[in-house]
Design a protein around this ligand. Structure first.
Ligand code: 4AD
Ligand code: MG
Length: 479
C-alpha cells in the first residue's frame, strides 16, 4: 500500500509523543539545509520537517525545492523552535516529483491576486486560495446538509435547455451545425430542425422552471448546479458561468420565502464559522492588510469575522422597493449628485451603487427589498393587487449587492398566460410549464442564491474571479 499517510491538519492536532508517521505534500520552503516547511492542502499551517545534518545525501537535499512533492516518514517530537509545537524528525524522505525552482512561477513571497489569476492552475498552492477553496467546499456541503435536514429533494435540472427561464435573452447557444454553411429555411433563416436536438437550444440560465415542476410534486426541492449567462458584464461580481442554488417550495408565499432565505444564509455563515475558523481568521487578517492600503472612507467598518458575527445575529432589514426609492431619493448622496445613475423615480431599475448605498451606508446590514415594479422583473412573478408590482424579493448584502433573487410565482393560469403574452414569452414552447397551473396549481415560491457571491461574502474576497477555480468571463476562458 502506498498511501498510509496522515494529513498534516490531523497531525498538528496530536500530542508529540515520538510516534512514527508518514506525511506527503509539497515543499513550501527549505531553510538552512535543515528545515522543510511541508504543506499538503489540509491546512495553511505547514509541518516542519527536520532534516538532521549529515543524515541524508547532499544530492537528495538539493531536490527539496519549492513545490517538489515529498513522502516523509519520521518521528513526531516537540519542537524546540518558535512557531510550532511539534515537528517531524525525518527518518526517510522520498522525492515523489521534482520541481524546477527556477521555472516554478510562485515564489515564497506575496503575489498579487491579479498575477495569481494568470496562474490559476497553481494558485491553490497559496495560503489565500487554500483557505478560499476549503471554505467553498464547506459551504457546498453545508447547503446539502441544510436542505436535507429540512426534507427538501435535491433535483438535477438540465444544463442544456430550449427555454430562456429569465426571459432576458442572455444565453449561450448549443449547436452542432456548421458555422460556415448552416442549413437554411426558405426565408434564409437558420434551420434548427437540422440541429442536434431538432430545435434551437442553449445553456441554462436558471433551473427554476424545471424546479417548479419538482416542487409541485415533492413539495420542496432545491437545485445546485452551474448556470450560464452571456451578459457582457466585466465586473467583480459577474461570471459567465456561475453556480446557483435554487430552492422551490409549494404551499409557500413571499414571506415564507424570505424567512427561508434569511435562515439559509445565516446557517451557511454559522457553518463556516464553526468548521473553518482557522481559514476565516487567515482571510480576516489578509483583508485587514489589504484594506490598510485604502483611504479611510473606503475601508470596511467591521473586520471579516465581526461582519459575519453581525450578520448571523441580526435580522435582515425588510422594506419595499417603493420605500427604498424614497430613501434613495431623499439621501444626501443623491442630492449631492454622487450617484453615477441619478434616482429618476419610481419604476427605475436599481444599480449596484444604489443597492450598496442602502446596505452599507443607510441600514448597515443585509436588506430584503420586496414588491418591485413588474416591468423590471421576470414573467413568472406573482402579480400584486395594485396592478403595478410583483411579489419579488432581492436580498442585498454588504460589499456584494444582490446575493439572492426570488419571488412568489404566478400560480393563476389566466394571469400568467396574459403576462407572458404581454412580454412576448412563447406560451406554446412552455406548454409543460403551464401544465403545472392547469393540474392542481398551488401558491409557491422560490429563490436563487448566487454561490460565488455567497463565497465572496464569507471569505471577504473582493473579486468573484478569486472564488471560483477557473473563472469564465468575457474574453477569458483559460484553463
Ligand atoms: O436574480 P437572478 O437572475 O434570479 C434567477 O435566476 C431566478 N430564476 C432565481 C429563482 O428565483 N429561482 O439570479 C439569482 C442570483 C443573483 O441574486 C446573484 O446572486 C446570482 O444569482 N447571479 C450571478 N452570480 C454571478 N454572476 C452572474 N452573472 C450572476 N447573475 C446572477
Ligand atoms: Mg436578480
Amino acid at each position: 500500500m502506498f498511501n498510509n499517510r496522515i494529513r498534516i491538519k490531523a497531525l498538528l492536532a496530536q500530542e508529540p509523543q515520538g510516534q512514527e508517521v508518514t506525511v506527503m505534500g509539497w515543499v513550501r520552503t527549505f531553510r538552512n539545509n535543515q528545515f522543510i516547511a511541508l504543506n499538503d492542502g489540509s491546512t495553511n499551517n505547514n509541518l516542519q520537517v527536520v532534516v538532521e545534518l549529515g543524515k541524508f545525501d547532499e544530492a537528495l537535499l538539493k531536490r527539496f525545492t519549492t513545490s517538489a512533492s515529498l513522502k516523509v516518514t519520521g518521528t513526531v517530537v516537540a519542537s524546540q523552535g518558535k512557531g510550532q509545537t511539534l515537528e517531524l524528525k525525518a527518518t526517510s524522505i522520498e522525492v515523489l516529483g521534482d520541481s524546477d525552482a527556477e521555472a516554478y512561477p510562485l515564489q515564497p513571497k506575496k503575489h498579487s491576486l491579479e498575477f495569481l489569476r494568470e496562474k490559476a492552475h497553481l494558485r491553490f498552492r497559496t495560503n489565500t486560495f487554500g483557505s478560499v477553496f476549503r471554505i467553498r467546499h464547506a459551504l457546498a456541503f453545508a447547503i446539502h446538509q441544510f436542505f436535507n435536514e429540512k426534507g427538501f429533494v435535491y433535483m438535477h435540472t438540465p444544463v442544456i435547455t430550449a427555454s430562456d427561464a429569465e426571459g432576458a435573452g442572455e444565453m449561450f447557444r448549443v449547436t452542432t451545425l456548421p458555422f460556415d454553411n448552416p442549413p437554411r429555411n426558405e426565408d434564409n433563416s437558420i434551420n434548427f430542425k437540422e440541429d442536434f436536438f431538432g430545435r434551437s437550444t442553449n445553456l441554462t440560465v436558471s433551473g427554476q422552471l424545471e424546479g417548479e415542476l419538482g416542487a409541485t410534486a415533492f413539495g420542496d426541492i432545491y437545485t445546485f448546479g452551474p448556470t450560464f449567462r452571456a451578459e457582457n458584464s466585466n465586473t467583480a461580481r459577474h461570471l459567465a458561468e456561475f453556480w446557483m442554488i435554487e430552492p422551490e417550495m409549494a404551499f409557500c408565499d413571499l414571506e415564507d420565502n424570505m424567512n427561508l432565505a434569511e435562515e439559509f444564509i445565516q446557517y451557511l455563515i454559522r457553518y463556516a464559522m464553526e468548521h473553518n475558523r482557522e481559514d476565516l481568521e487567515f482571510l480576516a487578517q489578509r483583508l485587514a492588510e489589504e484594506e490598510k492600503a485604502l483611504p479611510q472612507d473606503k475601508r470596511s467598518e467591521m473586520g471579516l469575522l465581526e461582519k459575519l458575527e453581525f450578520v448571523v445575529s441580526n435580522k435582515f432589514e425588510r422594506l419595499t422597493y417603493t420605500e427604498a426609492i424614497e430613501i434613495l431619493r431623499e439621501s444626501n448622496h443623491n442630492k449631492k449628485k454622487k450617484f453615477q445613475y441619478p434616482i429618476t423615480g419610481w419604476g427605475m431599475d436599481l444599480q449596484s451603487e444604489h443597492e450598496r448605498y442602502l446596505v452599507e451606508k443607510h441600514f448597515k446590514k443585509p436588506v430584503i427589498l420586496t414588491n418591485y415594479p413588474k416591468e423590471i422583473k421576470a414573467f413568472y412573478m406573482r402579480q400584486n393587487e395594485d396592478g403595478k408590482t410583483v411579489a419579488a424579493m432581492d436580498i442585498l448584502a454588504p460589499g456584494i449587492g444582490e446575493i439572492v433573487g426570488g419571488s412568489q410565482r404566478e400560480e393563476r393560469q389566466d394571469r400568467l398566460e396574459a403576462r407572458m403574452k404581454e412580454m412576448h414569452i412563447p406560451t406554446e414552447e412552455l406548454w409543460w410549464y403551464l401544465d403545472t397551473r392547469r393540474f392542481g396549481t398551488v401558491p409557491h415560491a422560490g429563490f436563487g442564491l448566487g454561490f460565488e457571491r455567497m463565497v465572496q461574502f464569507v471569505t471577504g474576497m473582493t473579486n468573484i474571479r478569486d472564488v471560483i477555480a477557473f473563472p469564465r468571463t468575457p474574453k477569458s476562458a483559460e484553463f
